[in-house]
Ligand binder design. Structure first.
Ligand code: GL4
Length: 831
């Protein structure tokens, strides 16, 4: 245990260079020549990019070393964020703004004849997450560093991140994401700190002599092992001297394992075993909100939490630290159920390895974990079949059983043996197969359980985890999500950032509440004019970007209507495309004069989980409708559909600042929070949205006049479902809806072939689980209001400016403060 003893205040450190153009040129050429092994004249773009990334690192390095040393030396209470996903986005620009180096770097490169913008484009973003949940983790580590909170992020270094999406004839095709192929200048491998992780095998009981007593102990005799190699990433705070660490684990075969097989002379088998072990960190599972329950996924989960707990205890605590006091030193934040196997793992370490009594160990464990739930969909709550968990982690299953036994005793006692309640609350589900309910395990173990928006936390208390909330009301809390203003405003929207800073100074970048000071500017015609100028420039930038990247043409001067998020039925991309179909139908049938239409470009961005057939159908429908709309001479004058493939963080950074209208149209009660919704509001788009997730809070803050609300509320949707929802009734009663659906059904968008989109049509008419048809008319009405509002540019930009001014609450810095106050009780380090 413990490298801590070696850290003192006088630990020698090379100091990072002072930023200057000449200095930067020198450092850059040194990297290009000495590390990259090339000279300027022969260097490829990738060479130049890698040299640049490494040069930028120099300027953050001594902050990083100092931050790490201070944590080790002073041993503050730390936050250890456990997340299977970090959707980081490109690193270069973020590092540059954090170090306040953008201008220096750009000038230095220019003096060498290099355009910084070209090198930016060379970076492949690390897509180690699926969507909102993974991006949230990335925003959180950014905020923690910017607020100088002692924190470490733990996760998995997937060799392949989220797949690359392509369209072939409008249908999604997936390709592997080779993000590491051109080198990975932002990571630091530390094989010397590798950790061994065990799997499989069996447990046995041994008797041991402890003093005068003989005690029985359970021992895990594993069947196989893998190594976890840590890769460290800098997480630079914004110009504050703090650089935290993100530690991602990569799986390797153990040396012992292959030696044994080599000794039998079976070289090929040894290599196969190696590959088997290394598969664990090979690929990110591409399901968002619909986990597949695959064995390899459970292996990934245990792999990374076992590495992380071991690492925290062995590397970050001082020699001989008394683990009874672990809750004083750390809060392990469980990002959804993916890392929940950490709970029995810590119990195993304390009881089996450290000799704690069960109750002592349980008290420590309960003090160390907090759990964030990110969903309301029952199918997104992970369960692991007992058969699988027992085979992979036999000791952990025993521990889970014991936790459950003691927990259910408590339930029986407090409920007067209500066996129905016991069955509902049990960590073990009996049907359709015996399985461990990870959300129950997390809730039982955690000091605090939080939802990610007010409405979501309320629904967790009232519905999803209602029995638990009755038993332990004080355990439940809310922390509304947030997004980092550094990446999503300062870096993504330089135009707006400049305008804001000119008006109110630059304090908003780390204190987003200051955006309030912009409110009076909403009434200043000159400010609004400049705001519109920025929007127009951002649209032009987007047009250039999509033209280069996808060959997509975006007409100038149209309302930019954007729906970007994972493709999921509950998010209701279908509702948006039915609106497009309706506009098309009205124009084509002559019932709407194109002159009376506000010209708009509808932009979609969405990946579908490769195994989610309906989601892929919907992608096909959007693309096919888009082709027909864009090819129609009259319609395309006022309506365009653009669906650039492979929506990712990089695309988001160009798209969101250009948007006029933000589509947040999930069925109320289904989207836990959403975070895209916040990014749009902060960049001055108006929202058309349901009363769902964080939309509720956005609307409350920006005001009803500056938000287009539509649709059933959550209680209304619940009541409709309760009464027996019949989608076909809406179809029969609403001729506009009928015409739109009939067009799809008749093959208008599939070359006359009625079979192509039949599954979508029959699903909508038959089941329509997410009530697209029930909300259709209300959505059309809201879009009418959008059109009316957009016709008045002054009123529109006033509302847009108010959206910016009133959205400071959605900074992830505020989320971090809430976690600190309500859950972690940790303190910032002194700067
Ligand atoms: C999600 C929710 O669906 C999304 O509403 C939320 O904003 C996000 C972060 O809390 O978490 N849950 C899953 S699973 N994926 C998400 O994006």
């Amino acid at each position: 245990m413990g490298s801590v003893a070696r850290v003192t205040e006088s630990t020698p450190l090379i100091t990072s260079p002072e930023p200057s153009v000449e200095g930067f040129v020198r450092e850059y050429l040194r990297e290009l020549n000495f590390t990259q092994g090339t000279v300027l004249e022969r260097a490829s773009t990738n060479d130049k990019y890698l040299a640049l990334a490494r040069t930028v690192r120099h300027y953050l390095m001594s902050r990083w070393m100092r931050t790490t040393n201070e944590h080790l030396r002073t041993q503050p209470k730390a936050v250890a964020y456990l997340s299977a996903e970090y959707l980081l986005g490109r690193q270069l620009d973020n590092a540059l703004i954090a170090a306040d180096l953008t201008e220096v770097a750009s000038e230095a490169l220019a003096s060498l004849g290099i355009d910084l913008a070209d090198l930016r484009e060379a970076e492949v973003e690390p897509g180690l997450g699926n969507g909102g949940l993974g991006r949230l983790a990335a925003c959180f580590v950014d905020s923690l560093a910017t607020m100088s909170i002692p924190a470490i992020g733990y996760g998995i270094r997937y060799e392949y991140g989220i797949f690359r999406q392509n369209f072939v004839d409008g249908w999604q095709v997936e390709e592997p994401d080779h993000w590491l192929d051109n080198g990975s200048p932002w990571e630091f491998a530390h094989p010397e700190h590798e950790v061994t992780v065990s799997f499989g095998g069996r447990t046995e009981t041994v008797t041991e002599q402890v003093g005068d007593d003989t005690v029985e102990r359970t021992r895990w005799v594993p069947g196989w092992k893998v190594l976890g190699v840590p890769y460290n990433y800098m997480v630079p705070g914004y110009r504050n001297g703090c650089v935290n660490t993100l530690r991602l684990w990569s799986a390797r075969a153990t040396h012992a394992f292959d030696l044994e097989i080599f000794n039998y002379g079976d070289y090929a088998e040894a290599v196969r075993a190696q590959t088997f072990a290394e598969n664990i960190s090979k690929v990110l599972y591409p399901e968002d909100s619909t986990p597949q329950g695959k064995e390899l996924r459970l292996q990934q989960q245990y792999f990374f939490v076992a590495c992380s707990l071991r690492d925290f205890i062995d590397q970050l605590l001082p020699e001989g630290f008394d683990l009874h006091r672990l809750p004083e030193r750390v809060c392990f934040q469980l990002n959804d159920t993916h890392p929940v196997i950490a709970v029995p793992e810590l119990m195993r370490i304390l009881v089996d390895e450290q000799g704690f009594a069960w109750d002592e160990a349980w008290e420590v464990t309960q003090g160390c974990f907090a759990y964030t739930c990110h969903t309301l969909l029952p199918e997104a709550l992970e369960v692991w079949p007992v058969e699988l968990l027992g085979r992979l982690l036999p000791r952990h299953l025993e521990i889970i059983y014991r936790i459950n036994d003691e927990f259910l005793d408590e339930v029986r006692e407090s409920s007067g043996d209500d066996e129905l309640l016991v069955r509902r609350m049990s960590i073990i589900a009996e049907h359709p197969q015996r399985a461990v309910r990870m959300a129950h395990l997390a809730t039982v173990a955690a000091t605090k359980v939080n939802g990610v928006a007010e409405l979501h936390s309320q629904l967790l208390r009232d519905k999803v985890l209602a029995d638990f909330a009755r038993l332990w009301p004080e355990k439940f809390t809310n922390v509304t999500n947030g997004v980092t203003p550094r990446r999503f405003v300062r870096l993504a929207n330089p135009g707006l950032s400049g305008l804001i800073t000119e008006a109110i100074g630059d304090g908003w970048v780390t204190d987003l509440d200051r955006l309030r000071d912009l409110e009076p500017m909403a009434d200043d015609p000159e400010f609004r004019r400049r705001f519109r100028e920025v929007k127009a420039a951002n649209k032009e930038r987007l047009a250039g970007f999509l033209e280069r990247r996808d060959g997509i043409e975006i007409p100038a001067d149209t309302m930019l209507d954007v729906m970007v998020k994972r493709l999921h039925e509950y998010k209701r991309q279908t509702l948006k495309i039915l609106h497009v179909v309706t506009l098309y139908d009205r124009i084509v049938s002559g019932r709407l004069d194109p002159e009376d239409v506000v010209p708009r470009t509808v932009v979609f961005g969405a990946k579908a989980a490769p195994g989610y057939a309906m989601a892929k159908q919907i992608i096909g429908l959007i693309n096919h409708v888009g082709s027909v709309v864009n090819a129609h001479p009259e319609v395309s004058r006022v309506l365009r559909v653009a669906f650039p493939a492979n929506y990712d963080v990089t695309v988001a950074e160009t798209l969101i600042p250009a948007a006029d209208l933000s589509e947040q149209i999930s069925l109320a009660g289904k989207e836990a929070s959403g975070t895209g919704n916040m990014k749009f509001a902060l960049n001055g788009a108006l929202t058309v949205g349901t009363d769902d997730g964080a939309n509720v809070e956005i609307r409350q803050l920006v005001g009803d006049d500056n938000f287009f609300l539509f649709g059933l509320t959550e209680p209304e949707a619940a009541a409709v479902a309760e009464a027996g929802y019949r989608p076909s009734a809406y179809y029969e009663e609403n001729p506009v809806l009928r015409r739109a659906l009939d067009l799809v059904a008749r093959g208008e968008f599939s070359g006359g072939d009625r079979r192509v989109f039949e599954p979508i049509v029959s699903n909508l008419l038959g089941e329509d689980r997410f009530m697209v048809l029930a909300d259709f008319q209300s959505y059309l009405d809201a879009q009418e209001r959008v059109e009316t509002a957009y016709r008045d540019p002054d009123a529109w930009s006033r509302a847009a400016v108010l959206n910016v001014a009133r959205s400071g609450f959605f900074s992830s810095d505020r989320s971090m403060r809430d976690y600190l106050d309500r859950i972690w009780h940790a303190e910032p380090m002194e700067a």
